[in-house]
Design a binder for this molecule. Structure first.
Ligand SMILES: [Zn+2]
Length: 144
């Protein structure tokens, strides 16, 4: 997946602004179905959050599905922060925003307050059998 550097910057800025160093936050990377290896937009869901989790507003999510269908876009990657180390928790495994093979979930440690980039991040992917597994970030995300 090709991710433009400005979108990575924008994502970290959003995660930091919303989380303010004390709460989790989620961002979504969208891309057109016509170019399935490309991220073209970052969006920030309406959500509630705590130091240990977040919940996306269902009405907002419904509106998003309508917009994605209308514009030919898909959610390619979900990104969220953790208070400490980045990993995929049992809750993260159980409640992805999209559950389809190839979907990517990126976890950023320490409420994204560290260096912008994926050095300490964790990337999980749903395989063809529908099971989450850790994958190497450089194999799936290319900042362009
Ligand atoms: Zn947020």
């Amino acid at each position: 997946m090709k991710v433009p550097a400005p979108i990575v910057d924008q994502t970290f800025a959003q995660l930091r602004r919303c989380g303010a160093g004390v709460s989790e936050c989620q961002a979504l990377w969208l891309g057109p179905w016509s170019e399935p290896d490309k991220v073209t937009e970052m969006i920030h869901p309406q959500h509630s959050a705590s130091p240990v989790g977040f919940q996306v507003d269902p009405v907002w999510l419904h509106q998003l599905w309508l917009r994605l269908a209308k514009d030919g876009l898909g959610i390619r990657v979900q990104i969220h922060t953790h208070p400490g180390a980045a990993y995929h928790s049992a809750t993260d495994d159980a409640y992805p925003i999209v559950h389809q093979p190839g979907f990517l979930s990126l976890v950023i440690p320490r409420f994204a307050t560290g260096t912008v980039g994926f050095d300490q991040a964790f990337l999980a992917r749903i395989d063809d059998a529908g099971t989450w597994g850790e994958v190497a970030i450089p194999d799936y995300l290319e900042v362009t």
